[in-house]
Design a protein around this ligand. Structure first.
Ligand code: GMT
Length: 372
């Protein structure tokens, strides 16, 4: 098939998932055309059947807001017409689903039928999309998609709760390439980070409010009182300056390292002992799944779709949002006993295997086939 994928090219989970999906489909022989405003961060390297089409938004002194959506729809039309595209798969409803609807209508006028699959990822529904500024367009473009998918049952329920739509939503869980993430730790690197054998805690996100990054720090501080540890913070975003200022004010915070955006997550996760994800909401929690694939147990909240991924007392533990004492208590119970830690690591990997790329990608191929 010739498939066009529209996504955000950034480190956010929706862009990561869309890119990994495109790469996996290309491996299976499909031709993949990414349409976005920048080369997706996880794309890298050269693939013979992956193509990248940049959306250019010419500016004009009249525009306070350059019309990205119009440029995107026009690029979709151009890519479909010149590459024999069979279907458009858009990730994140805003503004991709609306732009796809526009492209589809333009192509229909040219007697070309192009199915649109929209995958909902989370904040496009739970935070941004439900805002009344966007909601009518999001509702309409979801309804007009040929197929609508969500990355968890929780997100499907949230969509029906927040939008008046009749359209069936198919749940296709996010996935991870376990083979890639399940790596042997490099001892020299581990020693560099934790020279005295301290435990290594990792958090990765885009540092938005919904991630509650200050709870990461509070949990780390409580764990560190009992078990010496280091905290690696991966990613960047609006809450980072605030978190940096919090860490400047406390002594154990010398053990906290801000690593910024990182592309090779597998190289960092493989030296981690625990992954912390205290989010207010996660539709899925792809970062936690990648940690589990690297055999890292997850201490998370029980918000949103996290209970569908992290199994309490098996692959890690879950606590109520904001309950940092409980998160720390659970983390300590894993870290203080080596055989318990090893068991949780094994379980985390076992749980990740359920979401392995090989099990999930065929589900997307099946919906593509059904819509064609
Ligand atoms: O988590 C983010 O802030 C990024 C966001 C995105 O849209 O890129 O992630 C959402 O989609 C991911 C991939 O499906 C999910 O794993 C994340 O849980 C989801 N984030 C939220 O729901 C907050």
């Amino acid at each position: 098939m010739n498939i066009a994928i529209v996504c955000y090219p950034t480190f956010g989970g929706s862009g990561v998932l869309a890119t990994e999906l495109g790469k996996a489909l290309a491996e299976k022989g499909h031709n993949i055309h990414f349409i976005t405003y920048q080369q997706p961060v996880r794309l890298g390297g050269f693939h013979t059947n992956i193509f990248y089409h940049e959306v250019r938004v010419p500016t004009y002194p009249l525009f306070d807001f350059p019309p990205y959506e119009t440029a995107l729809a026009s690029t979709m039309v151009d890519v479909v017409n010149n590459n024999d595209i069979d279907l458009l798969h858009v990730h994140y409803a805003i503004p991709h689903a609306a732009a796809a609807y526009m492209a589809k209508q333009i192509l229909a006028k040219q007697n070309k039928r192009i199915p649109v699959i929209t995958t909902l990822h989370g904040t496009d529904i739970t935070l941004v999309g439900r805002d009344k500024t966007y909601s009518p367009v999001v509702t309409f473009s979801m309804e007009e998609s040929d197929i609508l998918t969500a990355v968890s049952n929780n997100l499907k329920e949230e969509t029906y709760k927040n939008f008046r739509i009749e359209k069936p939503i198919e749940v296709i869980y996010n996935f991870v390439d376990v083979n890639r993430f399940h790596k042997k730790p490099i001892d020299a690197f581990k020693k560099l980070i934790a020279p005295l054998g301290e435990k290594i805690l990792v958090h990765a996100s885009n540092f938005r409010k919904v991630k509650r990054v200050d709870d990461v720090l509070k949990t780390f501080l409580a764990i560190n009182e009992k078990i010496p540890c280091k905290l690696l913070l991966i990613g960047d975003g609006p809450e980072r300056p605030y978190l940096e200022s919090l860490t400047r004010d406390c002594a154990p915070c010398a053990e906290v390292k801000f690593l910024g955006k990182q592309e090779q997550m597998e190289d960092l996760l493989c030296i981690a002992d625990l992954f912390l994800l205290p989010s207010e909401y996660e539709s899925f929690g792809l970062a936690a799944l990648e940690a589990m694939a690297a055999e890292v147990p997850v201490i998370s909240t029980n918000a949103g779709g996290l209970p569908e991924i992290n199994i309490n007392g098996f692959s890690g533990y879950m606590s109520n949002v904001g309950d940092v004492n409980d998160m720390a208590k659970n983390a300590i119970s894993i870290l203080e006993n080596d055989s318990i830690h090893q068991q949780f690591k094994k379980n985390a990997l076992e749980q990740a295997l359920k979401f392995d790329i090989q099990n999930i990608v065929p589900q997307y191929e099946a919906i593509y086939a059904s819509v064609l």
